[in-house]
Design a binder for this molecule. Structure first.
Ligand code: ZN
Length: 366
């Protein structure tokens, strides 16, 4: 046992020395990981119109060569750890070909690391990482649902830029949990993209609501509402958590209308409990205000009905183009005062102007 352990250490040392001799320094993952970080950093500083596939081409040759060397290196723990780190870095720039080669290499030599790396699926608008043993089929099903939701957001609101870093695809981190998974949430902390963390309890099928009564489908629509717009600032939630609920139910309702034409949406019954119609009825007679959650929800629904959701989408797009509103950790924070100004700027008729001006009270926002 001891001899074996010593042999293992020796192999690791030799591998590290071999890599060092190639001029790699102590961490063999570093050239590749750092190169990807630099491409992302340069892009985040000045995104322009560049999209992620073009960014991927900017990884310099020496960094790519260092990955080739690692893929061809022996099975030392250091080399395998480095491969895992490179696999994760590949996802930071949607380098799916690299990711798949790394995953295949780890599956051959370290199933435990391959499991930690998980699987991935890349679509034009998003990149999904699946962890905890989720199948490729599950990721595909989830991707079909997410595609339908993003199409619906496009049809209803026409939001132009989803990611807090323009040009970068959205990320979803899907992970299978054995019991009592938490709720999906928008994870704002990532430097170079916007991500949704999405725990799953049933890896066999994407159903909603779940047997345990979780609205997974509405939950995804809701989290995308947070992702596109936060309100107030770090201390003050100006929308009283009404915005994401409003866009969430609006999207669920919109998709329910065309559900029979989209096989991806079969088995999703959330609209029976989560819809704009239900909220409109519940809030009948309620005055629009910014005082609490239901007042704000009534305000958003009144704007939706008076101006149409495209006006709300257009106002957010205008504020994004101006790019003067608050950003925290890159995440866009809006105020209702700014929304009102943007709606007034986009209003085409006197009635629309009047609706925007009379419905939105002058809140404390700047
Ligand atoms: Zn929420």
């Amino acid at each position: 046992m001891q001899a074996q352990a010593r042999a293992g250490v020796l192999t690791a040392l030799l591998a590290a020395a071999a890599l060092a001799a190639g001029g790699e320094g102590p961490d063999p993952a570093r050239p590749y990981v750092e190169a990807i970080r630099k491409v992302n950093q340069d892009h985040a500083r000045k995104p322009g119109k560049t999209r992620e596939p073009e960014l991927a081409k900017r990884v310099p040759k020496p960094a790519r060569a260092s990955l080739e060397r690692l893929l061809g290196a022996g099975d030392s723990p250091a080399a395998l750890d480095a491969l895992l780190a490179c696999g994760e870095a590949a996802l930071e720039l949607d380098l799916l070909e690299d990711f798949e080669r790394i995953r295949a290499r780890l599956e051959k030599s370290s199933s435990e690391r391959a499991r930690r790396l998980g699987i991935a699926l890349s679509h034009p608008r998003f990149l999904i990482r699946g962890l905890g043993g989720l199948s490729a089929g599950y990721l595909e099903r989830f991707a079909d649902v997410l595609d339908a939701i993003l199409d619906a957001y496009g049809e209803v609101y026409g939001f132009e830029e989803w990611s807090k870093v323009p040009g970068k695809k959205l990320r979803v981190r899907l992970h299978l949990e054995e019991k009592a998974a938490g709720a999906p949430h928008f994870a704002p902390q990532f430097e170079f993209h916007s991500e949704i963390d999405y725990p799953v309890e049933d890896g066999a099928a994407f159903r909603s609501p779940t047997a345990g009564g979780k609205f997974l489908f509405y939950g995804l629509c809701h989290e995308l509402g947070h992702l596109i717009a936060m309100w107030g600032d770090a201390k003050r939630e100006e929308d009283h958590h009404a915005w994401a609920h409003y866009t969430g139910v609006a999207i669920v309702e919109h998709l329910a209308r065309g559900a029979k034409d989209r096989p991806a949406l079969s088995g999703l019954a959330d609209v029976r409990w989560r819809s704009l119609e239900i909220e409109r009825k519940r809030l009948e007679g309620r005055r629009a205000s910014l005082a609490d959650r239901d007042g704000t929800l009534a305000l958003l629904i009144a704007l939706h009905d008076a101006l149409g959701p495209r006006a709300l989408g257009g106002a957010i797009n205008l504020l994004d183009r101006q790019d003067r509103r608050l950003r925290l950790n890159g995440v866009r924070y809006y105020t209702f005062r700014e929304l009102k100004q943007a709606l007034l700027a986009g209003a085409k008729t006197a009635e629309e102007k009047k609706a925007a001006a009379s419905l939105i009270p002058d809140g404390p926002g700047k």
